[in-house]
Design a protein around this ligand. Structure first.
Ligand code: SAM
Length: 208
């Protein structure tokens, strides 16, 4: 970058570029938060403890398709791929093209598909990749910040897309989304992970 361009670049953009370079994925995540605070809904990615706790209920042997909404910089993607069977598929869906571009460039695994789109379109998205149903859907979406109607549309599409016995795994920073979840999922197991910024409320909604 030339000194003229540096001089012209607004301070905020320069700081974001430096943060991104210095902190790698965490810098990109923070940049995403600054650009779209409501849609990203968190300043730092989920903790290792949250990841392990959320994934602890998955029956990996019987998981052919695992879907993730709002992967961000991929905090859950690698742990999911580590556990997923060799012929399984992980489809991740995020509205932020910067995150999808980053994930596509950095995760070189033939089982991994990153899609720039909305979780509300999960049925069309998995069908486009040859699937009718998902075994598990994981969500880090900030449900309480989504535009009106989007939360219910995502819950309803998720319930339809899951196979019988599958589950919707949701981690959130408040328990408010559980009321919405309860309209679609009649059996919800509840958990809490204090070692996360901020502490995290976990719900496993089962499709019985
Ligand atoms: C709290 S961040 C998730 C962070 C990440 N999964 C983690 O564990 O650190 C929420 C993510 O949801 C994405 N998002 C927001 N609305 C969405 C929607 N309707 N469909 C898919 N992704 C969405 C945002 O772009 C952001 O990447």
């Amino acid at each position: 970058m030339t000194s003229t361009r540096v001089a012209r670049e607004p301070l905020i953009q320069r700081s974001l570029r430096k943060a991104r370079r210095a902190f790698g994925p965490a810098g990109l995540f923070f940049k995403g938060f600054v650009k779209h605070p409501a849609m990203v809904g968190a300043i730092v990615p989920s903790s290792r403890r949250t990841i392990e706790r959320v994934l602890s209920r998955v029956d990996w042997e019987n998981t052919k398709l695992f879907v993730e909404y709002g992967p961000g910089v991929g905090t859950f993607c690698r742990p999911v791929l580590d556990k997923l069977r060799r012929d399984g598929t992980l489809i991740v869906i995020d509205t932020n093209p910067d995150f999808i571009d980053y994930l596509s460039r950095t995760i070189g695994d033939s089982r991994f598909i990153a899609v720039n789109g909305s979780a509300a379109d999960v049925e069309e998205i998995i069908r486009a990749h040859g699937f009718e149903q998902a075994d598990y859907v994981l969500s880090g979406l900030p449900f309480t910040n989504l535009p009106p109607g989007v939360g219910p549309a995502i819950m309803s599409a998720t319930h339809r897309v899951l196979r019988q016995g599958g589950a919707f795994l949701v981690y959130q920073y408040t328990a408010r989304a559980r009321a919405l979840m309860g309209q679609y999922f009649h059996r919800i197991d509840k958990g809490f992970e204090p070692v996360n910024v901020p502490p995290c409320v976990i719900s496993w909604g089962w499709k019985d």
